[in-house]
Design a protein around this ligand. Structure first.
Ligand code: F6P
Length: 327
């Protein structure tokens, strides 16, 4: 098999801090091995529209510390169609690109797998999402930063909560996964943590809040994952508690997209740098349809299909830790 000479890199789906560090790593690894590299703007949509530019080692100066993605990102509807994927393939052919690195989450990897099956085109995935919901890696790029952002926001909420003796419900992101809620909840000392993976029921939450009042606590934080399964959104939860526990004055704070922004943590920068090197080296070795990830602090690979289908399980031991900490 002939060695590939040109690859393209894109960021796709929800942006995540550290995506720029991953782009930088891919581009510089290409330069190191004398490979040409192109950047695709706006993910699969940009690829369909032929929005590609050559990237050299110098194109990625001064981006390692920046949040967002210099290549922009999108969730492409057109790429879900065969015609869209055909156009994307033609764009790559036009620029003599021989392999693709996709930095994104499971939706982006699903697109990559279908594209590979239809066009026999080499694809390597780098997990980049704040949700940490990808099988085959202990950490996705952006998760650590988002956690720290959430914790620092909750710390600030705690100041005002305690000044007014209030109970705050804080909603964090994570789509259907509770990684951010559980870890930020423990890290910020939440009274209760509601995650989609473990619906402990509303009565338990009320009981825990009663207990906390009886034990002398005058303010509390409940961290709620946006995908939690109580059947009530965060505002309804607040109303429910006010109705059932009139002794509490309740407020709600939805952290929202601020969790996706900001300068990446050192952990995310190092992770992104390591995974970018590995992605390019795998392509040079003739490998495809793999995702690079981290396990026991080693860079490992998982088939893209498995990464999409597998379940990254949450560590429910942390719920027990949280329980003990609320004594
Ligand atoms: O997947 C990342 C994420 O931020 C999720 O946590 C959240 O549910 C979703 O994206 C929000 O998507 P959008 O930015 O398209 O509203």
């Amino acid at each position: 098999m002939e060695k590939i000479k040109k690859i393209a890199v894109m960021t796709s789906g929800g942006d995540a801090p550290g995506m720029n560090a991953a782009i930088r790593s891919v581009v510089r690894t290409c330069a190191y091995y004398d490979l040409e590299c192109m950047g695709i703007y706006r993910g699969y949509q940009g690829l369909i529209e032929g929005d590609l530019v050559p990237l050299t080692a110098r194109s990625v100066n001064n981006i390692i510390h920046k949040g967002g993605t210099i290549l922009k990102s999108a969730r492409s509807k057109d790429f879900r169609t065969k015609e869209g994927r055909q156009k994307a393939f033609e764009s790559l052919q036009k620029h003599q690109v021989e392999a693709l690195v996709v930095i994104g989450g499971d939706g982006s990897f699903t697109g990559g797998v279908i594209f590979n099956e239809e066009h026999n085109f080499p694809v390597i995935g780098i997990p980049g999402t704040i949700d940490n919901d990808i099988y085959g890696t202990s950490h996705t790029i952006g998760y650590d930063t988002a956690l720290n952002t959430a914790v620092s926001a909750i710390d600030k909420i705690r100041d005002t909560a305690s000044s007014h003796n209030r109970l705050f419900f804080v909603e964090v992101m994570g789509r259907d996964a509770g990684f951010i809620a559980l870890n930020a909840g423990v890290g910020a000392g939440a009274e209760e943590i509601l995650i989609p993976e473990e619906d402990l029921g509303l009565e338990r939450m009320l009981e825990s809040l009663r207990k906390s009042r009886r034990s002398g606590k005058s303010s509390s934080i409940v961290v709620v994952s946006e995908g939690d399964k109580t059947g009530k959104n965060v505002f309804e939860l607040a109303d429910y508690v006010e109705e059932n526990l009139p002794e509490y004055e309740v407020r709600v704070s939805v952290l929202g997209h601020m969790q996706r922004g900001g300068s990446p943590s050192c952990f995310d920068r190092v992770l992104a740098s390591r995974l970018g090197v590995s992605a390019v080296e795998l392509l040079l070795d003739g490998k495809t349809n793999l995702m690079v990830g981290l396990r026991d602090n080693k860079v490992v690979t998982t088939s893209l299909k498995k990464a999409i289908k597998g379940q990254h399980n949450i560590d429910t031991e942390l719920l027990r830790v949280s329980d003990i900490m609320t004594t």
